[in-house]
Design a binder for this molecule. Structure first.
Ligand SMILES: Nc1nc2c(ncn2[C@@H]2O[C@H](COP(=O)(O)OP(=O)(O)OP(=O)(O)O)[C@@H](O)[C@H]2O)c(=O)[nH]1
Ligand SMILES: [Mg+2]
Length: 394
């Protein structure tokens, strides 16, 4: 495993986003809110955000020179020790910015990799994260060299130690090759395990991070999977056998997706995501109370296409209906108007998903029976398609 250093708790961070290309200011604000949540998950406090509008990122300093100066003054005045950019930085940008500001400089990918590194529990997850970390570092080695030399521990420094950087790209490349080999061996075992699961229909919970997949997993299987208000609470796929009305099937809880998930991470998590790829049916969980839930659905669809898991029946579960009502409805809205608004929302998504959706609240246990029945109907239908001559499956 990559040398782990203690995370500095309560690191004071500033966040930076750039409005350019097709990104509007509203979008960037939302991305930065998510970045703040990621920072918090990693143990830092986001003290302030800086946004700049530019035709394109500056090749050296990402933001413009004037903006960097403004940031520098803020950093010095407020005792900031970490700067996080929402977009991926090049090695030379990291070098220039950290030289100018004198503080640790990381980007969204770095932050996500750092969270993954801390969350990884199994040998498979650890190797997968480590592989992604080295792949991320490889093209940035030169620029990051100085930066890593100066900075201490904490967020974003869970990469290779200085000695490895010095000893050059060759070592990193060898390490990548070695990790790939180790991952292949672990994958072989996992594949055998999955094959042993035999003839059961397999259902997988998928969705953006923090939408309530594990909470639903617990409700549907009565198991005890860690669910918490942090991003990426679940890294390893967990599979349980469920039996409803004497119909058994396997239900899996999987790693959540996020916008701009580092490409290498998706790559190296491919084997964890095999469960999703090989599932007979997906339950796409959506946090309907989130203002950007439609964007999040788009990110999930893209990631599913990316890992070639899009060609299967999908049931969309709109979760956190309690929070939706709480945040969207004013207390002085008429009950009838509320009902109308809810009906319109439901009608819209029933149309768009061709009636393959359910509206629930996992924590309030609203409509969970309906969800169970819908899943059961789907599973029965899949058994019938697969084994037309059997009448019972246990
Ligand atoms: N208000 C409300 N909160 C919910 C609901 N379902 C889940 N939550 C909360 O949302 C947070 C995230 O839930 P998880 O089940 O960990 O979400 P997840 O999708 O498994 O998240 P990751 O594993 O991190 O990707 C927890 O704090 C849950 O208690 C719901 O229906 N209503
Ligand atoms: Mg989870």
């Amino acid at each position: 495993m990559i040398e782990q250093q203690n995370i500095v708790q309560d690191e004071r961070a500033i966040l930076v986003g750039l409005v350019y290309g097709t990104q509007t200011e509203t979008m960037v604000n939302e991305y930065l809110a998510e970045l703040a949540f990621l920072a918090e998950t990693a143990g830092a406090v986001a003290v302030k955000t800086f946004i700049q509008k530019l035709p394109r990122p500056d090749s050296k300093t990402f933001v413009g020179k004037g903006k960097l100066e403004e940031i520098k003054q803020y950093v010095q005045k407020h005792g900031i020790n970490l700067i996080i950019f929402d977009d991926e930085l090049t090695g030379s940008q990291i070098g220039h910015i950290s030289d100018a500001l004198g503080i640790k400089t990381i980007d969204r990918s770095d932050l996500i990799l750092d969270i993954f590194a801390r969350r990884a529990k199994t040998a498979q997850a650890k190797v997968q994260v480590e592989l992604a970390q080295y792949q991320y570092i490889l093209p940035r080695l030169k620029g990051m060299w100085k930066h890593l030399e100066r900075q201490g521990g904490g967020i974003g420094s869970r990469g290779p130690g200085e000695t490895e950087i010095e000893t050059d790209r060759r070592i990193v490349k060898d390490k990548i090759a070695l990790l790939r080999k180790r991952l292949k061996e672990i994958d072989k075992q996992a594949t055998t395990q999955r094959q042993e699961r035999g003839t059961y229909i397999r259902v997988a919970l998928v969705g953006y991070t923090n939408v309530g997949k594990s909470t639903l997993m617990n409700l549907l299987t009565k198991s005890d999977v860690l669910a918490e208000n942090k991003l990426f609470a679940t890294l390893d796929t967990i599979t349980r056998k469920v039996v409803y009305e004497q119909t058994p099937f396997l239900l899996s809880d999987t790693v959540g997706f996020i916008r701009k998930l580092p490409h290498h991470l998706v790559e190296s998590f491919k084997s964890t995501l095999d469960e999703v790829r090989e599932a007979d049916c997906l339950l796409h969980v959506v946090d309907i109370s989130h203002p950007g839930y439609e964007d999040q659905m788009g990110v999930v669809d893209h990631t599913l296409q990316d890992i070639k898991a899009f060609d299967k029946p999908i049931l969309t579960i709109f979760n956190k209906m309690d929070l939706y009502e709480e945040t969207v409805f004013d207390p002085w809205l008429d009950e009838e108007v509320k009902r109308d608004l809810l009906n319109q929302l439901k009608a819209r998504w029933e149309r768009e998903t061709h009636n393959n959706c359910v509206f629930v609240s996992a924590t309030e246990r609203q409509n969970i029976d309906a969800l169970r029945n819908t899943v059961l109907d789907k599973v029965k239908q899949l058994y019938e398609e697969r084994y037309p001559y059997l009448t019972q499956f246990y």
